[in-house]
Design a protein around this ligand. Structure first.
Ligand code: G3H
Ligand code: 13P
Ligand code: ZN
Length: 311
C-alpha cells in the first residue's frame, strides 16, 4: 500500500455515514500507537502534521516514520498538513511528499481567504494533492496562536457554495462550536454544537466532505491521571462522543484529534514515573504511553468514528 489522498476515503465515508480519524503526529511512539490500532481494526487513516510538529520533529523524519508505518500496516494512509498558513508552507509540504494540505485562511477576509486558498489548490491539484480549506474561526490554541472565544466565529452557511466553487477545495473545515485544546466549554455549562449550521451546509453542498477540527473529547480518565500524579489541570471539558458520532453520520468525513493523544501520553507517563520514581530509561515510560494511545485510538475508530473494517 502507498500513501493515498483522502479523496476515496471521503467518498466512502460520506456514503457510509462514518468519518475518518485525522490524528496529529509528532514522534515515533505517537505514530506507532495510532497505526497499530488502525492496523488491528483495519481502518483508513489520516496522519496530520502541524507546522509546529514539522519544526519539532523535522519533515524528513516524520515522512520516513509514516513510510515505515505504511510498510508495517499495509493500510491506506493520507499524510496531511494541518493548519497551513502560507502558500510557501503548503508548497513545501506538497514538494516533500504530503498527499493533502490544509490552507487555513480563516483569519483573513472572505475575499483574501478565497484568493489564498485558490492559489494553493492550483499548485496542489497540479501535483495530485488534495486541499482542505476553512470558513469560520475556531477558538483555542494552535501553533502558539490563541484565539479567544470572543474572536471565534461560526461558519456562515451562505458563504460555503461561493467559497467551494471559487477555490476548488476538496473538503471544507467549518466552525460549529468546537475549539482547539483541552478547555472547550465553560465548566458547569452544557456542551453545545450548532448542528443546525452543519445541516444547512450539508443542504447547500450535497455530497461534499466537511471537516471537524477541535474534536477531542478530553478523556476524563487521562485528565484525572495527570492531576493525581503531580499535574494541575483546571476543569477540562471536551466534545461529548455522542455529538461526534452524530457529526460522523452526517456530512463530516474527517474528525481531527490531537489533545486526546497528548493527554493519553502525558497522563500515562506521569503515572508511570510517580509509581516508579527510580526509573530513568525512556523506553520504560514510553512503552505504556504508546499502548495508552493505541487503546484510546482503537476506541475512537470503533465507537466514535465508525471507520473500523473500512480500510
Ligand atoms: O490544531 C492544532 C493541533 O492541535 C496542532 O497543534 O500546532 O501545537 O502542533 P500544534
Ligand atoms: P483537539 O485540540 O480538539 O484535539 O483538535 C485538534 C485539531 O483540530 C487539529 O487540527
Ligand atoms: Zn485544527
Amino acid at each position: 500500500m502507498a500513501l493515498v489522498t483522502s479523496k476515496e476515503m471521503f467518498r466512502k465515508a460520506y456514503e457510509g455515514g462514518y468519518a475518518i480519524g485525522a490524528f496529529n503526529v509528532n514522534n515515533m511512539e505517537i505514530i506507532q500507537g495510532i497505526t497499530e490500532a488502525a492496523k488491528e481494526e483495519q481502518a483508513p487513516l489520516i496522519l496530520q502534521v502541524s507546522s509546529g510538529a514539522r519544526k519539532y520533529a523535522n519533515h524528513t523524519y516524520l515522512m520516513k516514520l509514516i513510510e515505515a508505518a505504511i510498510i508495517e500496516t499495509d493500510l491506506p494512509i493520507c499524510v496531511h498538513l494541518d493548519h497551513g498558513d502560507t502558500f510557501e508552507l503548503c508548497k513545501s509540504c506538497i514538494d516533500g511528499g504530503f498527499t493533502s494540505v490544509m490552507i487555513d485562511g480563516s483569519h483573513l477576509s472572505f475575499e483574501e481567504n478565497i484568493a489564498l486558498t485558490k492559489r494553493v489548490v492550483e499548485y496542489a491539484h497540479d501535483h495530485g494533492v488534495v486541499v482542505e480549506g476553512e470558513l469560520g474561526r475556531l477558538a483555542g490554541v494552535e501553533d502558539e496562536i490563541k484565539v479567544s472565544h470572543e474572536d471565534s466565529s461560526y461558519t456562515d452557511p451562505e458563504q460555503v457554495q461561493e467559497f467551494v466553487n471559487s477555490t476548488g477545495v476538496d473538503s471544507l473545515a467549518i466552525a460549529i462550536g468546537t475549539s482547539h485544546g483541552a478547555y472547550k466549554f465553560k465548566p458547569g455549562t452544557q456542551p453545545r454544537l450548532r448542528f443546525d449550521i452543519l445541516e444547512e451546509v450539508e443542504r447547500r453542498l450535497p455530497g461534499f466532505p466537511i471537516v471537524l477540527h477541535g474534536a477531542s473529547s478530553v478523556v476524563p480518565e487521562f485528565v484525572k491521571m495527570i492531576n493525581e500524579n503531580g499535574g494541575a489541570m483546571p476543569d477540562a471539558i471536551g466534545v461529548p462522543e455522542y455529538m461526534l458520532r452524530r457529526a460522523a453520520s452526517m456530512a463530516v468525513c474527517k474528525i481531527n484529534i490531537d489533545s486526546d493523544l497528548r493527554l493519553a501520553m502525558t497522563g500515562t507517563i506521569r503515572k508511570y514515573l510517580a509509581e516508579n520514581p527510580s526509573h530513568f530509561d525512556p523506553r520504560q515510560y514510553l512503552k505504556p504511553a504508546r499502548q495508552a494511545i493505541k487503546e484510546m485510538v482503537r476506541h475512537k475508530l470503533i465507537d466514535v468514528l465508525g471507520c473500523n473494517g473500512r480500510a
